[in-house]
Design a protein around this ligand. Structure first.
Ligand code: KG4
Ligand code: ZN
Length: 340
């Protein structure tokens, strides 16, 4: 069979990324220009600044991705781009760029759902992984427990009722003075801390065993900080980071194992930025090993936002015949499985 080479673009939040992916699972290049330094000044992502930075960087990042892959545009079979969900201004930069390249080169255009991309990151390093499998998606904007029934076919078993897991990491990190970006900083600080120093609540939602809620644990951390400060006590960042992380990871693993048991799925995957968390990876691996489940997780670079995962998802959409028109637009609140 002839090779299919896809140029993929991702600009939904604060990373400008481009990748060249061959036949869905071979990453020829994966270039990511992070805006962390820019947004750190403000303690979080500033949407308008993100859009402007994407415009500044996108051509350079795409050029680099093609160079690294040793491909020129004549050797590309399709152009893929994240068109939602995400920040509208940020998404528009990638969508406009992808449309321009595809139109100029008369190439098919494939719009990709960002979360479908995150889930598909698992295919890159696991040549044996095919649907169906159960996937826990934990990112800055989403927390979903998803049954991947077929390529691009999903059933959402559970979701968060309030904050996403990554959002909780970011807010708690800010509250204890670790700053932005919160997830990696809590991960690092927690290594020096005692996870049993403080008990934070593990939220369950009556009647919805696969749903999540993280606003309670965030409030519990804030209350704990206030009460300690009022007593004039020093807080230990590492202990709070480790205790908070343990409470979140326990719930994530517990719900995933319950869903696996109920659905009979023996293949478990994780995806999204929080899937790069050391404690979550380890706890999920142990829980799966105990039950003889196969456990899949992307390398950290494919967990956080990147374009290789978009190229992988796009390949399977390409095989199914998904093609978008020149009217493709950014859809900031695009739902998983929704076609626009
Ligand atoms: O998937 P992602 O890169 O972007 C979104 O689609 O949202 O996820 C970003 C989120 C942020 O909230 C970040 O704090 C979190 O993932 N994150 C982590 C870690 N690395 C990134 N959370 C916990 N531990 C980490 N090591
Ligand atoms: Zn993401």
């Amino acid at each position: 069979m002839r090779d299919t080479t896809i140029l993929a673009i991702e600009s939904s939040c604060d990373e400008t990324a481009a990748a060249v992916v061959q036949n869905g699972r071979t990453v020829l290049s994966n270039v990511i220009s992070s805006q962390i330094a820019l947004h750190t000044l403000y303690g979080g992502v500033v949407p308008e600044l993100a859009s402007r930075k994407h415009i500044e960087k996108i051509n350079q990042v795409i050029g680099e991705a093609l160079r690294e892959a040793e491909r020129d545009l004549d050797e590309i079979d399709a152009v893929a781009v994240t068109y939602g969900p995400g920040l509208v201004g940020a998404l528009l930069v990638g969508v406009a760029e992808a449309k321009a390249i595809a139109y100029a080169r008369k190439l098919p255009l494939i719009g990709v759902h960002h979360i479908e991309g995150h889930i598909s990151a698992n295919y890159i390093e696991n040549p044996d992984l095919e649907p169906p499998f159960l996937c826990l998606v934990v990112s800055g904007g989403h927390t979903h427990l998803v049954m991947v029934k077929e390529y691009g076919g999903f059933e959402i078993l559970g979701r968060t009722a309030d904050d996403a897991a990554g959002e909780a990491f970011d807010k708690v990190a800010r509250a204890i003075g670790l700053g932005y970006p919160g997830g990696p900083k809590i991960d690092r600080a927690a290594r020096e801390g005692n996870p049993d120093a403080v008990f934070f609540p593990r939220a369950r939602i009556e009647g919805h065993p696969y749903d999540f809620s993280f606003s309670g644990v965030k409030s519990a951390v804030l209350n704990y900080l206030n009460s300690e400060r009022m007593k004039g006590r020093e807080i230990c960042q590492a202990d709070i980071a480790a205790s908070f992380q343990k409470s979140v990871v326990e719930v994530l693993v517990d719900h995933t194992m319950q869903a696996a048991e109920q659905t009979g799925s023996k293949r478990i995957a994780i995806a999204g930025g929080v899937a790069s968390n050391t404690c979550l990876r380890q706890a999920m691996e142990e829980a799966c090993a105990e039950r003889h489940y196969a456990f899949y997780r992307p390398s950290p670079v494919y967990c956080t936002d990147n374009a290789a995962m978009i190229g992988t998802a796009a390949y399977y959409e390409y095989l199914k015949g998904t093609r978008h028109g020149w009217d493709l637009n950014a859809v900031p609140n695009l739902r998983l499985g929704q076609r626009v």
